[in-house]
Write a protein that binds this ligand. Structure first.
Ligand code: FAD
Ligand code: EPU
Length: 340
């Protein structure tokens, strides 16, 4: 069954992307019911246009106007739906705000998501890049996801294996899954909670003590993030602009011989994850600007809109940084946000 939907034309997107880039979409629909998606794809004219699925716009870089239809996912609802193998199953619709959802789980007395507090955006986008912070990725607490497949008009459920999660990666970023629209996500959260203080900065945060509560861990994460990251409501940004590069162990060893203070983390498969923020910082980019785009003075991995930046300004800055890091360290930095 399809549901009615209204299309807005030449729709401004500046307030729908946290970089605050001024751009517009040829057409825009706010999706509040799943059946509206069926309606959009059943209509020959709208079905034919290129689509941009948008949640909170906190991981996209608009490089120009979008000549297609924006599907703004605003599906709402959240509930504890059961228990399985000693875990609470908690489900939220794709349009729910991620941070508000995490705080709601804590208010229900359910811990497990607190390390991911204050990440902007929606629940539906969380699986796309397998969001992660402070020692936790959603793959660690993931149960399943319901997706709408525009090619068949059908809805189906994918488990963690089908999502093929990796560091800032999932099936939804690749050919086989890029067309799928996430409708809701179910998390499996521990009934026997223990704090996850693996991340050194978090463990070192004062006030946590020996036996912190989930709420205290959430507050510590929030405090660290507020110190380091710009609030998109005040300074346009999309969080980390580049992924932390993962290199072979031998390449890391060779770099360490030349740069002994290189920040790196050994991975279980023998590769090494380098801190892109450190590489950019060492190249002298921290706090510098190129036109209206700049590098955040407190965290070199975050590119910011100093006011009136275009997508092209941000791309020019990103290319200059990539070139410097490549020249000095022989490492190619890959952008994290999705370029539109
Ligand atoms: P959008 O930007 O709207 O979309 C991102 C991508 O997902 C696009 O390709 C879009 O098409 C797709 N998408 C969105 N919703 C759906 C859906 N329902 N179905 C299918 N595709 C969809 N990320 C981290 O991992 N860790 C962090 O610590 C972190 N910190 C951040 C801090 C700041 C200040 C900012 C601005 C960003 C940060 N991010 C972080 C990045 C960002 O918050 C996450 O990637 C978030 O999940 C994006 O959610 P969104 O709803 O804004 O997605
Ligand atoms: N560093 C510097 N200079 C800088 C920035 C960082 O030397 O300007 C060094 C730090 O001293 C530290 C290391 O780099 O030793 C790592 O820095 P940080 O702990 O701030 O984390 P990050 O690797 O820069 C990653 C994620 C963040 C996530 C944090 C916490 C990526 C691309 N980024 O940042 O995610 O919040 O860890 O887990 O993996 C995002 O994806 O948008 C994001 C913000």
């Amino acid at each position: 069954m399809t549901a009615p939907f209204s299309v807005l034309h030449q729709f401004p997107l500046q307030s729908l992307n946290t970089f605050g880039i001024a751009a517009s979409a040829r057409a825009y629909v706010r999706i509040t019911e799943t059946e509206q998606l069926l309606g959009v794809y059943a209509d020959g004219d709208w079905a034919a246009l290129p689509k941009l699925v948008l949640g909170g716009g906190s991981n996209v870089l608009l490089t120009g106007d979008f000549d297609g239809l924006v599907l703004h996912i605003a599906l709402q609802g959240k509930a504890v739906v059961g228990e399985e193998n000693g875990r609470h199953l908690v489900r939220a619709a794709a349009g729910e705000n991620w941070h508000a959802f995490v705080q709601w789980t804590l208010a229900q007395g359910i811990g497990g998501l607190e390390n991911l507090s204050l990440i902007p955006g929606t629940v539906g986008a969380a699986p796309i890049q397998n969001i992660g912070a402070y020692g936790l990725e959603i793959k660690d607490v993931f149960h399943s996801v319901t997706v709408f497949d525009p090619r068949s008009g059908a809805t189906r459920v994918l488990d963690g294996a089908a999502c093929r999660f990796g560091y800032r990666d999932s099936v939804f970023k690749h050919e086989e899954g890029r067309h799928l629209i996430i409708l809701d996500v179910t998390f499996a959260l521990p009934t026997q909670w223990r704090p996850n203080l693996r991340y050194a900065d978090l463990a070192a945060e004062p006030g946590l003590g020996d036996a912190p509560t989930p709420r205290q861990v959430a507050d510590a994460v929030i405090a660290i993030r507020r110190r380091k990251l710009p609030d998109p409501a005040l300074i346009g940004n999309a969080g980390s602009f580049f992924k932390n590069p993962v290199v072979p162990g031998a390449q890391c060893a060779a770099l360490l011989a030349r740069f002994p203070t290189l920040v790196h983390h050994a991975q279980p498969d023998g590769t090494e994850k380098l801190a892109a923020g450190w590489l950019i910082d060492q190249c002298g980019w921290k706090g510098r600007s190129l036109g209206a785009a700049g590098v955040y003075p407190k965290q070199a991995l975050v590119l910011v809109n100093n006011g009136g930046a275009s997508g092209a300004d941000v791309v020019a800055l990103a290319r200059a940084i990539q070139a410097d890091v490549q020249a000095r360290y022989g490492v190619l930095l890959e952008p994290e946000p999705v370029f539109i």
